[in-house]
Design a protein around this ligand. Structure first.
Ligand code: AMP
Length: 402
C-alpha cells in the first residue's frame, strides 16, 4: 500500500515541497484523496488526525488554486476547523506545502487580536484557514468577502458539530457560492456528519482510509481499573515507574486539568495544563514547553487538545473517560502518528465502567484492563436495597477484572 507522491498528479512545485519534508510515500488517505480532489469533484473522507489528512487536502487544494489563478487576489479557498490549534496547524501546512507557490494565506481564530487579522485580510489573501466563530465576527464587520470561494474544506467536521458550530457553518455556507468544490474530512461518519454532507456536498467521492471508528493500528491500548481517589497516585506511579518522558493526559473538566497539573507538580513531575480558559499565549507556551521536553506531562481538556500534532508522542492517558466515546478516538490519535509506536492508557473508575464498555463497542475491540498492585479498586456495591445480612467480601479478590 505504498504509493509514490509522483503518481498522484501533483505539480513539480508541490512534489518539491513534499520532498523538502522528507516524506517518501503517500499515506493511504493521501493516495486516495489527492487524485479525487484534483479531479474537481466533492470529497467526503473519513480520516483521523495522524493519518496525513492535512496534506491530503492541502496539496491538491494548492494545486487547484494555482490552476484557476489570475486576476486580482481574492479569497478562493476557505478551510474551517474546530479549534484555533488546528487552524494554526493547518495554516502551517499551507505555508509548508505552498512554499514554492506564489499564494498567500492567513489564519483567523478567536483568542487573538482582531486588528492583525483584519489587516491581513485587507492586504489580500488566496486562502483563509479559520474557526467558524471568529470567521463570522469578521463577516459581520464586513472584513471579508466569501463570494469568490472556489474551494471549501470542512476539517474535522464531526468535531465542529460536537462543538455546536452547525449554525455557524450553515451561515458561512450561505455566504459562499453554490458552485464550488467542497471537501469534508471527519474522524467518524456519524448521522449528523452524513446529514451535513447531504446538505452541502454534491455527489461526493467517499473515501474511507482505514474504516471509520477504527483506532489507529499503531496505538497500543490498555486500561487500569482504579478508584477515582487513587487515580492521581497511580498516574504518578506509572510516569515514574515507566520513566515516561512525555505524556498527554486528558481530563474532562478545565478545573480538573488545573488541579491535576498542580498535584503532579507536587509529586515532582513537571506538568502544565491547557484548556479553553487559558489565553492563546498561555496555551502556545505550554505546548512549546511540552514539545521541547521541558514539561513532562501536559494535562488537557478535549477541546484544547483537538488536532495537536506532537511528533513522536509516546503516551496518552485518559485520566477521566470522555463523555462522548468518539472523543476517545480523537484523544488516542495524538499518539502513534505517522507510523511511530504509541500507547494509550485509560484509568477507569467503578462509575466509568459503562462508558468504558461503550468505547470498546465503538472501536470494535477489547481494550485489556488490569489492576495495578497497590492500587486495587475497592469492592463495588450493587445499587438497590440490600436483602439479608451484609455479605462479607474478604474471601474474594476485590475488584479484579473478570
Ligand atoms: P495529520 O494527519 O495531517 O495531522 O498528519 C500527521 C503527521 O504526519 C504530521 O506530522 C505530518 O507532517 C506527517 N505526514 C503527513 N504526510 C506524511 C507522509 N506522506 N509521510 C510521512 N509523514 C507524513
Amino acid at each position: 500500500m505504498t504509493q509514490p507522491f509522483s503518481d498522484l498528479g501533483l505539480d513539480a512545485e508541490l512534489l518539491r515541497a513534499v520532498q523538502d519534508q522528507g516524506y517518501e510515500t503517500a499515506t493511504p488517505i493521501q493516495a486516495q484523496a489527492i487524485p479525487a480532489v484534483l479531479d474537481g469533484g466533492d470529497v467526503m473522507a473519513s480520516a483521523q488526525t495522524g493519518t496525513g489528512k492535512t496534506a491530503a487536502f492541502t496539496l491538491p487544494l494548492l494545486q487547484r488554486l494555482r490552476q484557476s489563478g489570475g486576476g486580482r487576489r481574492r479569497i478562493r479557498a476557505l478551510v474551517l476547523t474546530p479549534t484555533r490549534e488546528l487552524a494554526a496547524q493547518v495554516a502551517k501546512s499551507v505555508d509548508t506545502y505552498g512554499r514554492h507557490l506564489p499564494l498567500r494565506s492567513t489564519e483567523i481564530y478567536g483568542g487573538a487580536p482582531m486588528g492583525k487579522q483584519t489587516a491581513a485580510l485587507r492586504r489580500g489573501v488566496d486562502i483563509v484557514v479559520a474557526t467558524p466563530g471568529r470567521l463570522i465576527d469578521h463577516l459581520d464587520r464586513g472584513n471579508l468577502d466569501l463570494g469568490g470561494i472556489d474551494l471549501l474544506v470542512l476539517d474535522e467536521a464531526d468535531r465542529m458539530l460536537d462543538m455546536g458550530f452547525k449554525p455557524a457553518i450553515e451561515r458561512i455556507l450561505r455566504a459562499v457560492p453554490t458552485h464550488r468544490q467542497t471537501l469534508l474530512f471527519s474522524a467518524t461518519f456519524s448521522g449528523p456528519v452524513e446529514k451535513l454532507a447531504r446538505q452541502f456536498l454534491t455527489a461526493p467521492t467517499v473515501i474511507e482510509a482505514g474504516s471509520a471508528n477504527s483506532t489507529a493500528e499503531a496505538v497500543t491500548q490498555g486500561a487500569y481499573f482504579v478508584d477515582t481517589g487513587q487515580k492521581r497516585a497511580l498516574l504518578t506511579h506509572l510516569i515514574d515507574d515507566g520513566d515516561w518522558s512525555q505524556v498527554l493526559v486528558f481530563t474532562r473538566t478545565k478545573r480538573g486539568a488545573d488541579r491535576l497539573a498542580e498535584q503532579l507538580e507536587r509529586d515532582g513531575i513537571r506538568a502544565q495544563s491547557i484548556h479553553g480558559d487559558k489565553s492563546q499565549g498561555q496555551r502556545s507556551k505550554a505546548l512549546a514547553a511540552f514539545k521541547r521536553h521541558s514539561v513532562q506531562a501536559l494535562v488537557a481538556t478535549d477541546v484544547a487538545a483537538r488536532g495537536l500534532d506532537i511528533a513522536g508522542l509516546p503516551y496518552v492517558v485518559n485520566y477521566d473517560l470522555p463523555n462522548n466515546p468518539e472523543d476517545y478516538i480523537h484523544r488516542i490519535g495524538r499518539t502513534g502518528r505517522a507510523g511511530d509506536a504509541g500507547t494509550a492508557w485509560s484509568l477507569v473508575a467503578g462509575e466509568e465502567r459503562g462508558r468504558f464498555k461503550a468505547i470498546q463497542r465503538l472501536v470494535r475491540r477489547d481494550i485489556p484492563a488490569r489492576v495495578a498492585e497497590g492500587f486495587e479498586p475497592s469492592v463495588r456495591r450493587t445499587a438497590g436495597p440490600r436483602r439479608g445480612p451484609p455479605r462479607r467480601a474478604h474471601n474474594s479478590r476485590p475488584g479484579r477484572p473478570a
